[in-house]
Ligand binder design. Sequence first.
Ligand code: AMP
Length: 199
Amino acid sequence: MTRLLIVGPPGAGKGTQSARITEDYRIPAIATGDIFRANIKNQTELGNQVKAIIDAGDFVPDSLTNDLVASRLKEEDARGGFLLDGYPRTLDQLHFLDEVLAAEGASLDAVIQLVVDPDEVVSRLLKRAHQEGRTDDTEETIRHRQSLYQRETAPLIEVYGARGLVLEIDALGEVDDVNARIAEGLASRGIVTPDAATR
Ligand code: AMP
């Protein structure tokens, strides 16, 4: 049973590492942004409710987001563990998640924090924007999103840090190397892949 949360600034390779973790530990990723986008695409009631908010880059209200996650966590595939991505994002959400998990006698096992040098990540994202012709990604917007991330995540990291849950992972370098650092960090808390556990 592995209950994880991953956080990291735009450009830190969070998507890539998340995919690897869900494969290695055989747990589903629960990414609220992805769930919202899928609902918008399928024009569900929830999707219609949140479209304007998300288009404006604002936060979906905690009540909606919390309900969504609570019901997602009740699904069968999440009973054996999960990797949360993009949730919690506010202290209210963090406390709500605590309660949902506590009701099952559970709690998060670790918080994987991908750490990158801001200058390095800005130059990486600029290069990608240039290659992919994404003209909306200017240095200014990239720096803005980085600082938003810092502001958003700092209070959460503080709470989880005080609980001794945060694994600071150097996210610069090759995908495999970063993946190995994550595995090492998790192993230091007794969290191992199903393969390693049966070996
Ligand atoms: P993401 O893909 O995680 O960047 O999420 C895309 C958008 O979905 C965000 O900009 C928010 O509008 C919304 N969103 C995702 N997760 C949350 C959350 N935990 N709380 C509030 N809004 C969220």
